[in-house]
Design a protein around this ligand. Structure first.
Ligand code: ADP
Ligand code: ZN
Length: 299
């Protein structure tokens, strides 16, 4: 019988579930909207029930904040999310009750980072940091196969920004105003300009402002962690003119202060595109099936 692995990319807008073989080749992939835990998880279980007996483990990359501390009473829960029906939801417990399998549990952006690390641009490197610039901004770091984590997972998307010269947009993060997410995520762009980011022309002057905020993020990340590679993903990065603008603004800010790897290798959009997250979940499922007791965080 074939050994299969399950992945759940649990996003605030939609869930993507998939099953792969040992080479992480995706055999089936389904997607449905994120509604209530009862409704959405029923769809998750219906999907994986088909593979009972073949599945060796399931990897979950979830929207958060989530509890990743293995000795915590609420390990495996989604915690203080603004999505009310999911607050204090026991995600891993629900899966464990249904399946006697190792369940890997991390943030959605950590999963995407891991996907790129094992099967995308990060292959062969030891340290990769991944940001998603979409409905929110999130960041995750993998160092030698483990996730960077401390008292909890990082919340890199909420780093504070220096306002772009004469930018009077206050930002829309309810906690911090002008953090990266509050200034540069898709909904912030929409609030600032009154149209969805995907409708803006490539020559729209705003992209220089967006690039400046992302360049500040890359600058901070470079000097904080000195990773071998930084990947910028998420819907907003589908604007092809954006990455070159970010590179130029970042190099200007850095002023040659540290010798980074060649910029085109250092700063990339994801090789796996929209499959980075699911691939990471599948790879984590495989890893947890291989070594169910190993921890997956460093610090
Ligand atoms: P999510 O964050 O929900 O997983 P996405 O990464 O697709 O999903 O992010 C959605 C956000 O990205 C929306 O705010 C949308 O306006 C923006 N977006 C999606 N596609 C594009 C595009 N081609 N160009 C610019 N912005 C985009
Ligand atoms: Zn914030």
């Amino acid at each position: 019988m074939k050994m299969l692995f399950g992945g759940i990319e649990a996003g605030g807008t939609k869930f993507v579930c998939g099953v792969s073989d040992e080479q992480l080749q995706i055999i089936e992939r389904v997607s449905f909207p994120t509604t209530t835990p009862a409704e959405t998880m029923a769809q998750v279980l219906t999907f994986f029930d088909q593979y009972q007996g073949q599945l060796q483990g399931i990897g979950v990359g979830s929207f958060g904040p989530i509890d990743i501390k293995e000795n915590s009473a609420t390990y495996g829960y989604i915690t203080s999310t603004p999505k009310l029906p999911w607050q204090q939801y026991d995600f891993v417990g629900t899966l464990k009750a249904a399946y006697d399998l190792p369940i890997a549990w991390t943030t959605d952006v950590n999963a995407a980072c891991y996907g790129e690390y094992v099967a995308g641009h990060g292959q062969g490197l030891e340290s990769v940091i991944y940001y998603t610039i979409g409905t929110g901004v999130g960041g995750g770091a993998v160092v030698q196969g483990e996730f960077l984590a401390g008292f909890s997972h990082p919340e890199m998307g909420h780093m504070l920004m220096q306002p772009y010269p004469d930018d009077d947009f206050a930002g829309n993060c309810p906690f911090h105003g002008n953090c990266l997410e509050g200034l540069a995520a898709g909904p912030a762009i929409e609030k600032r300009l009154g149209v969805k980011a995907q409708t803006l022309a490539p020559k729209e002057p705003f992209w220089k402002i967006e690039a400046d905020y992302l360049a500040q993020c890359v600058y901070n990340t470079t000097l904080m962690y000195a990773p071998e590679q930084i990947i910028l993903g998420g819907g907003v990065m589908k604007q092809p003119q954006l990455l070159p603008l970010v590179k130029a603004a970042f190099l200007k800010k850095l002023q040659g202060y540290v010798a980074i790897p060649a910029i085109d290798e250092y700063l990339k959009t994801p090789a796996l595109g929209d499959n980075a997250g699911l691939t990471g979940c599948l790879a984590l499922a495989k890893k947890s099936a291989d070594s169910p007791v190993s921890s997956t965080s460093v610090l």
